[in-house]
Design a binder for this molecule. Structure first.
Ligand SMILES: Nc1ncnc2c1ncn2[C@@H]1O[C@H](COP(=O)(O)OP(=O)(O)O)[C@@H](O)[C@H]1O
Ligand SMILES: [Mg+2]
Length: 203
């Protein structure tokens, strides 16, 4: 049985997920919570190998179906090995990326059937669903410039605009779970907005 709170951070590459996850972890720990910060893809030892398969720009032949399934495989391992045990321990889990990223990137971005992505990933994650999701929203044209250009990041601005639209549509469909937070401004300003979005749910 799940006891801790499962919080996910979503948003395009370079938008500030890692930065905000660490700031949020620090704040929650100051409030006395026990927190696990983790991420997908690659949050486990096995998953880091899947991550390198997914992000290596040399893997041009990687089929979109394979891409969907590799993300789901990484997620299955991550949920079973790290996320569920931490939640059972009563920890607060802050996870960068989860099923919403698969829906936004492979569904809206690549045009893969969204219902199929949901089904595959619900199965992979054993039905685990975030209690709360913070979607950091920013214009891809502004934020992608900061990224390193891995296999996914090399996709076009059009692709990233579809991904952004995907995240926004998910948030619109599930306003109780998904809070949209502007990624613009200083780290501290964004962090304040993230904390506001979580108010009432923790601390
Ligand atoms: N509010 C901000 N203002 C300026 N730079 C930022 C801000 N937030 C993050 N950064 C920097 O932008 C880069 C991408 O941030 P990061 O947290 O790694 O994003 P993500 O995990 O979403 O890819 C990092 O170099 C980070 O230090
Ligand atoms: Mg990151």
């Amino acid at each position: 049985m799940q006891q801790g709170l499962f919080i996910t951070l979503e948003g395009i590459d370079g938008v500030g997920k890692t930065t905000q996850a660490l700031l949020l972890k620090g704040e929650l720990e100051r409030q006395g919570y026990s927190v696990l910060h983790t991420f997908e893809p690659g949050g486990t030892k096995l998953g880091s190998k899947i991550r390198s398969l997914l992000l290596n720009p040399e893997h041009e032949e990687l089929h979109s179906m394979t891409e969907v399934l590799l993300y789901a495989a990484d997620r299955a391992q991550h949920v079973a090995e790290k996320v569920l045990p931490a939640l059972k321990d009563g920890k607060m889990v802050i996870c960068e990326r989860f099923i919403d990223s698969s829906i936004a990137y492979q569904g809206y971005g690549l045009g893969f059937e969204i219902e199929a992505i949901k089904t595959i990933n619900h199965w992979a994650a054993g039905g685990l669903w975030p209690d709360l999701t913070v979607y950091l929203d920013g214009d891809p044209a502004q934020f992608l410039a900061k990224t390193k250009g891995d296999r996914i990041e090399q996709r076009t601005l059009d692709y990233y605009n579809r991904v952004r639209r995907g995240f926004l549509e998910i948030a619109q469909a599930e306003p109780d779970r998904v809070k949209v937070v502007s990624a613009e401004g200083t780290r501290e300003a964004v962090s304040q907005r993230v904390l506001q979005a979580l108010e009432g749910r923790c601390g």
